[in-house]
Write a protein that binds this ligand. Sequence first.
Ligand SMILES: Cc1cc2nc3c(=O)[nH]c(=O)nc-3n(C[C@H](O)[C@H](O)[C@H](O)COP(=O)(O)OP(=O)(O)OC[C@H]3O[C@@H](n4cnc5c(N)ncnc54)[C@H](O)[C@@H]3O)c2cc1C
Length: 601
Amino acid sequence: IRLDSSNKQNLDALRRLGLGNIVNLPLYSDAPLSHYDFIVAGAGSAGCTLASRLSENPKWSVLLIEAGGVENWIHQVPVLAAHLQSTASNWNYRSTPQRNACWGMQEKKCALPKGKVLGGTSSINYMIYNRGNRREYDGWAAAGNPGWSYDEVLPYFLRAENAQLRGLEHSPYHNHSGPLSVEDVRHRTQIAHSYIRAAQEAGHSRVDYNGETQLGVNYVQATTQKGRRHSAFRAYIQPIRASRKNLHIVTLARVTRVLIDNATKTAYGVEFTHQGRAYRVKARKEVILSAGAFNSPQLLMLSGIGPEDNLKAIGIPIVKALPVGRRMYDHMCHFGPTFVTNTTGQTLFSASIGPPVVTDFLLGRSDTFLSSIGGVETLTFIKVPSAKTAKGLPDIELIQVGGSLASDEGTALTQGANFKAEIYEKMYKELALQQQDHFSFLIMDFNPASVGRLWLHNRNPLEWPRIDPKYFSVPADIEHLLDGIKEALRISKMPAMQAIGTRLLDKPVPGCEGHKFASDDYWRCSIRTMSYTLHHQVATCRMGPESDPTTVVNHQLKVHGMRRLRVVDISIIPRPSTGHTNAAAIMIGEKAADMIRSEWS
Ligand SMILES: Cc1cc2nc3c(=O)[nH]c(=O)nc-3n(C[C@H](O)[C@H](O)[C@H](O)COP(=O)(O)OP(=O)(O)OC[C@H]3O[C@@H](n4cnc5c(N)ncnc54)[C@H](O)[C@@H]3O)c2cc1C
């Protein structure tokens, strides 16, 4: 951004970046040199982790390039998670119009937010800390990825973690000395306590879902520190920024291409734009793409590495034909059902955030409702009759949230998800007007059969790739969510929930009024309408052996057929995961740092 007062667009961009961000920017914008040992493109969950670990070696120089700015204090207030989606810290992607999903969204386009800030998506996410199931990682290893079994990745989850979790002080599944703070959420509603009891009455055991067994229920674990967001930036970059002279960081800089010697298929640098100037910086050792599940594949394709037909169609010369972006999995959810209760003052409405709460939060109290991670309170991992996953592997997660679109009166959550205004108006507005206590579920499918894809529609590096997740293109995915909804309804009828007068919100979903309310067909319609992704897109640069024609990188995360080029972020995850993806991205950054260290030391 050039500070040109006559340029309205620039001023608008500055306004959206916010004052705190502008104040921080000079601290995180080094003048780039011509050469570094390692160049990391993208400073998100994985990129911050990797750059921080690589620069621990004082003999290595590392350049970290980030398209966005720097976090400010708003990012640190957990309850404001949804609001960050309407700031410049969000790339604000949209899917192509969906045939089978997102009917409740404007133009049937699902919102696909991604973090555009130092810290990446860890700086705008909902802070749920969840690693995934042992069987999942063992499956990665069995598919030709040595080194990625659960026993081999667990040390990297642990290396990252600084857990402050009550009752788990001596668990072998938690570490207390890593950079990333993981805590209990101190603010808990009476509804959450009742729900935990009810889930147990319904037969779900109380578990540490990051421990030995995942199936069961518990309060959420969060990547917060004393009740404030602890992003990859806060954990890995901020603490070492002043002392680590061999780590250079350039913010508001957009990588546009990897420089490749076509004869030897060797990556030797990157091109990027920064403050209106184009730069070429060279890497003595490696170029590493950590630009996330949409932008790492975009950068590969812009550099001539991708599907032949796509690149030919837009006139990019082929360096290496690979199925980049040809697969994309995601965790689609159903937003709802919502239940009202006869409690009072338990559900957070943004209108009730007054000066005393803000003062308490600023003074360091971590149990005010500003520390609530966007309202998420408990997680239940279940197996449903329609899914056919292996024994012990959950297929559905019930994410219980204090509130709904009513919590912020139809503003940030509604806009962030691209919901049509009528969804709030017809279903939720009355709850907001009456300040009626209530809670909702997000029912999430861990193992969807629908496979999406991503491609380039032109050569402009500043334009979005096209993203078609093809949600619910396999009808069985709807049946899994329907089973999940039925389980949520069953738990709502347990004595502990009935003791607080829990009843289903009976306002029909707009567009589904033709079906008998709460019948299976009504829920199927609701699933297609209130489709809400949890933004866990993976596999766009899928990891696997070169003999597998669906893969892009090998088990060392090196791009097949290329030299000195790796991808280190969640785009390498080979199949839909059984966890939320931030912890996995950080684990991937930690593990990649070890692999690179052992290769170059
Ligand atoms: C709204 C939301 C809520 C979520 N909630 C949770 C949650 O509660 N728990 C959880 O575990 N997961 C959650 N996730 C998912 C999780 O946060 C992400 O999967 C994870 O952070 C991805 O890490 P990454 O390193 O792969 O990519 P990112 O963190 O997205 O990092 C990519 C970085 O690269 C930068 N970049 C991209 N292109 C360029 C370029 N051309 N030049 C320079 N820089 C570039 C981006 O700006 C970004 O900073 C959520 C995601 C979203 C969107």
